[in-house]
Design a protein around this ligand. Structure first.
Ligand code: ADP
Ligand code: MG
Length: 472
């Protein structure tokens, strides 16, 4: 058979599709092609009719969208390639294969994102929404809720306690004291408590301890203490965020102590966040430390890899961006101590992707985060830089690391340093032993093995090591 222009017709359906998709690639915008055409395949219809074909799509959303918007162009291209327009084309959903349940989940979440992303491609307004604060006086951020808080082993306990408190303010754990490092979700969680309690009709007030301090100073200056007292004592739930900032401020602590007692005696709920446990809050009166510890202490740990990926996916959905799984894995691997940084990376990726009008890829992600986190090649990491980073993190000197002293802290720092040298520079055990005060290779092997064993059990150590790695 020949085409009208004399060229030979293509009969093999797979070859037809290969050629057709090449043409579609040229005709369509790159992001449309890679989002909608690339995932497709073709087959002959089951009814064995020679002129009936099926385009196989990943799921219902694709099928509907393609049918509605791309049927015509795909048919036209196929008919050009085949040199023959007498055929029927239908869109089918790919049948799930056994063991495909994971794919099913992934493709579902990708679909919603593709859908949103596609809608976004068709609208020019990519501006981010401003932070969504309530119009009342509670100072709550409406965007922070339990429904968008991802639970992992790192925050399970704090989340459960928060939920309980929001269901029954003042009746269960009072005060609830949530502590953890920067960007681990304290503010999100306490806003979630506040929003949920507010929905139950409770009067809520959230203030950072800095605001508390400033309002107190203002009230003292304007001699309006009664108003200050009324404001903080007339509520059902008081949330003080980042209480560590009242350390060393005696007058504030005095006032806070009375506010605390007043609310507590009347079974009003108090929720406090801090970057550390009460007993480590230097500059805080003993009586406040005792009060803070009298309810429930709940900590937030660094999220594990799976939780980081889940948080990323949730945030990407909110930002309406499509991020392929390999990109979320890459980001979650590289940014492992602070969720705020993870979010920052995502915002940057979104901006770069939309400015360059290209879909999110690993390369784009790499360049987006290169200024946030320099991705060092292993050749750039030296033994000296590792020793330096470990020494400063463990608060020991380099000569302690290389010397003979074996206090628990020094011995652990030495093991960590040897382990990181092995992991990050790939140097041999004899070399590592030699640069640690001329030790034998068996000492280096023992150190690495012992450390790997401790890492399985010891979450804090895992956290410590990843923050050292990030600082090198
Ligand atoms: P912190 O107050 O501990 O410094 P934030 O509550 O401000 O941290 O969290 C930083 C960012 O990370 C916020 O945008 C928050 O929504 C997000 N985040 C933290 N933990 C989670 C989580 N478990 N699920 C979803 N988002 C989270
Ligand atoms: Mg915070």
């Amino acid at each position: 058979m020949q085409n009208v222009d004399g060229s030979k017709c293509v009969d093999d359906i797979n070859e037809v599709w290969l050629k057709s998709s090449e043409i579609l690639k040229e005709k369509l915008k790159p992001q449309i092609y890679s989002a909608f055409i690339k995932p497709l395949s073709i087959s002959k219809s089951k009814n064995n009719s020679l002129n009936s074909f099926e385009i196989i799509t990943p799921n219902k959303f694709y099928r509907e969208h393609l049918e509605k918007n791309y049927h015509e162009i795909i048919s036209k291209v196929i008919s050009d390639v085949r040199g023959e327009s007498n055929f029927s084309l239908t869109f089918k959903i790919k049948e799930q294969q056994e063991g495909d349940s994971n794919n099913k989940r992934v493709s579902y979440s990708r679909t919603t994102k593709i859908k949103k992303n596609f809608n976004k491609l068709n609208t020019s307004n990519n501006n981010r929404k401003p932070v969504n604060f309530t119009k009342d006086n509670s100072n709550l951020n409406n965007d922070y809720n339990f429904s968008n808080y991802i639970i992992g082993s790192c925050n399970q306990f704090a989340h459960a306690a928060s939920l309980k408190v929001s269901e029954n303010p003042g009746k269960t754990y009072n005060p609830l004291f949530i502590y953890g490092g920067v960007g681990l979700g304290k503010t999100h969680l306490v806003n979630a408590i506040g929003n949920a309690s507010k929905r139950r009709g409770k009067k809520v007030l959230l203030v950072s301890s800095e605001v508390f301090v400033n309002e107190l100073i203002d009230s003292l200056r304007t001699k309006n203490m009664q108003q200050f007292k009324n404001k903080f004592r007339s509520i059902d739930l008081l949330i003080i965020d980042d209480v560590q900032f009242i350390s060393g401020k005696e007058r504030t602590q005095e006032e806070f102590f009375h506010t605390f007692n007043d609310l507590h005696q009347r079974s009003k709920q108090i929720v406090i966040t801090s970057d550390r446990i009460p007993k480590d809050l230097t500059g805080l009166e003993e009586r406040l430390k005792t009060r803070f510890s009298s309810g429930l202490l709940a900590d937030l740990q660094t999220p594990d890899f799976e939780t980081r990926v889940a948080i990323l996916n949730k945030k990407a959905e909110k930002l309406d961006i499509l991020i392929p799984q390999e990109v979320s894995n890459f980001l979650a691997e590289k940014i492992d101590t602070n969720i705020r940084e993870l979010e920052g990376a995502l915002n940057r990726i979104q901006a770069m992707s939309s400015l360059s009008n290209s879909p999110v890829s690993i390369d784009l992600a790499k360049s987006a985060i290169s200024s946030l986190i320099p991705i060092k090649k292993s050749s750039e990491i030296t033994i000296e830089s590792i020793q330096q980073a470990v020494a400063s993190n463990f608060n020991v000197s380099i000569s302690d690391l290389l010397g003979k002293r074996r206090t628990q802290n020094i011995a652990q720092a030495r093991h960590v340093a040897m382990y990181l040298c092995r992991k990050l520079t790939g140097r041999s055990f004899p070399e590592i032993g030699a640069v640690f005060g001329g030790r034998d290779h068996s000492t280096a092997i023992h150190a690495c093995k012992k450390l790997e064993e401790s890492l399985i059990e010891n979450k804090n150590l895992r956290h410590k090591i990843s923050s050292i790695e990030n600082s090198i």
